[in-house]
Design a protein around this ligand. Structure first.
Ligand code: ADP
Ligand code: MG
Length: 282
């Protein structure tokens, strides 16, 4: 039995016109404790929906989520989500945003213990100087650092990251990916992350789940990434195996790209990013 089991999960939405939309079907994905698993696929294939089902924020139409041996279908602090839009409380400072989550997760801790613990996580993401600032006074990169520190601080059974770096500029993104890797190495959390960035997926993951395009998307394949850790970006990007995996995934996405005609208003960020990567390849 695996630590987190996505067991033949399907999702059907009822659309306003009364028609039903099967987003994905019979997705089966097993994640071991401490593993970092990413999911890659075109916009609309249901990645966020699946992540929300794992989080208990959305219900599965069929199948089950089994976490640590127990079926789960409601939200809980054992699964923390980091969203693309940061979702910090705007009236609270960096410190207070993290403290709120820590107090909820560890109600038995006294003030001093909570304080020391929160400061440790603020420090881990390099925000000690800014701990009294409110989100509006922070850059996107800093906000997402708070989101990550908050999520890791709770020490959930599973961390769920939904394209956490999509709104962050490329230079900052690299630095935060490195921080994410360091926090993950230090805490050994189990992570499920959705991304449209193939290089990010290879750098961070133990396994990469490839989804076909929706509707009725399916988990086509799971790619193992076996580079030793800790990984240095400069080193692994030089490896022939890195180039092979990257080419393979980009080709996979290209082959199931029926959802991404250029300029179509329904195509999302993922398609644009994949398009850019494809353009860079040729
Ligand atoms: P992804 O994250 O892979 O881009 P989503 O999970 O956001 O995809 O969405 C998958 C599909 O499900 C899309 O076609 C979207 O329009 C549809 N969808 C998502 N949420 C709802 C909802 N609450 N009601 C109806 N359709 C939805
Ligand atoms: Mg999404």
């Amino acid at each position: 039995m695996s630590f987190l089991e996505v067991e033949n999960v399907s999702k059907v939405f009822l659309e306003p016109n009364g028609q039903s939309l099967c987003v994905f079907k019979t997705v089966r994905l097993h994640i071991e404790k401490g593993q970092f698993v990413t999911m890659v696929g075109h916009s609309g294939c249901g990645k966020s929906t699946l992540l929300n089902i794992i989080a208990g924020l959305e219900t599965a139409s069929a199948g089950a989520i089994i976490l640590d041996g127990k079926e789960t279908d409601t939200a809980g602090l054992d699964r923390m989500v980091v969203f693309q839009n940061f979702s910090l409380l705007p009236w609270m400072s960096v410190y207070e945003n993290i403290r709120l989550a820590v107090r909820a997760a560890y109600p038995q801790w006294d003030r001093g213990k909570v304080h020391d613990y929160v400061q440790r996580y603020v420090h881990m993401v390099g925000l000690s100087e800014s701990e009294h600032k409110k989100p509006a006074a922070l850059s996107g990169g800093m906000r997402q650092r708070v989101g990550l520190a908050r999520a890791f601080a709770v020490q959930p059974k599973v961390l769920l990251l939904d394209e956490p770096f999509a709104q962050i500029d490329a230079l900052t993104r690299g630095a935060i990916q490195d921080e994410l890797m360091r926090m993950w190495t230090a805490t050994k959390n189990t992570v499920f992350m959705v991304t449209h960035d193939v290089e990010e997926a290879i750098l961070l993951s133990d396994k990469i789940a490839l989804m076909t395009s929706g509707p009725e998307a399916e988990l086509a394949e799971i790619v193992d990434v076996k580079f030793p850790r800790p990984r240095l970006r400069e080193e692994i990007t030089e490896l022939a195996e890195y180039a092979r995996i990257k080419k393979y995934i980009i080709q996979f996405l290209k082959n199931c790209s029926r959802e991404m005609p250029a300029g179509d208003a329904t195509t999302g960020l993922d398609a644009v990013a994949v398009g850019q990567q494809l353009a860079a390849e040729v």
